[in-house]
Design a protein around this ligand. Structure first.
Ligand SMILES: C[S@@+](CC[C@H](N)C(=O)[O-])C[C@H]1O[C@@H](n2cnc3c(N)ncnc32)[C@H](O)[C@@H]1O
Length: 205
């Protein structure tokens, strides 16, 4: 996503770029997100709630690392990555994180039905969905909300300048962080709270 990151090992850039060349729509970015952008995402995620944390589209782990830096115990984190080489590398890099090589857009398949799977304190989302019709994005996020604990939120890394997923009345409300100017391009973190959760207004840009 960003080219400015002091935290990303140099060796991560090539595999990231190579995957982007092979599959630009699935990767959605030519390089890992910047440290500041990941840190902004983590600071808005409801990691203070008790419960496990779900990360979707971790790539080579820049957000995973930001979660750990923020003080989240690795045993709380489940990271679902579609790309096999990335998932393997991520598991080596973070042996205590539960890395799943699977589809983060189909959690029924990857984690099992909602009723028999854990509920999460926060979901951190970085899978590209720009090519997905908007109604499908709303439907997808509504289904993620079924897997959140009360008070939990979903945060999204996306370079879109308008909300990637607009509020869905009765289900969730969309807000955003301040823009991270050091990111290339400058970008916001998009934040989704359950409709009626008062914290949503506090976080409006
Ligand atoms: C834009 S990159 C973000 C990587 C990292 N989180 C960052 O911010 O630099 C998107 C990641 O989502 C992964 N991905 C794409 N489709 C996916 C899916 N359906 N399920 C899980 N991961 C997926 C890609 O392989 C890639 O690692």
């Amino acid at each position: 996503m960003s080219r400015t990151t002091s935290q990303t090992p140099e060796s991560d850039w090539l595999p990231f770029l190579a995957n982007w060349v092979r599959s630009p729509i699935k990767m959605g970015a030519i390089a890992p997100s910047s440290r500041a952008y990941c840190s902004m995402m983590v600071s808005h995620a409801t990691t203070d709630l008790d419960g496990p944390i779900l990360e979707l589209g971790p790539g080579l782990g820049v957000v995973t690392r930001a979660l750990l830096t923020h003080g989240v115990a690795p045993e709380r984190i489940t990271s679902i990555e579609y790309e096999g080489d990335f998932a393997r590398k991520l598991q080596q890099r973070f042996p205590k994180v539960n890395v799943i090589h699977g589809d983060g857009l189909d959690l029924d398949k990857t984690l099992g039905p909602v009723d028999s799977a854990p509920k999460y304190a926060a979901i951190l989302f970085a899978i590209p969905i720009v090519n997905m019709p908007h109604a499908r994005r709303q439907d997808l996020f509504a289904r993620y909300f079924e897997r959140l604990l009360p008070g939990g939120n979903l945060t999204q890394l996306s370079y879109m300048v308008t909300p990637p997923v607009r509020s869905l009345p009765g289900v969730f409300k969309t807000s955003s962080s301040k823009r991270v100017w050091s990111n290339i391009p400058p970008a916001r973190v998009w934040i989704y709270h359950a409709d009626g959760d008062e914290r949503c207004e506090d976080m409006a840009a």
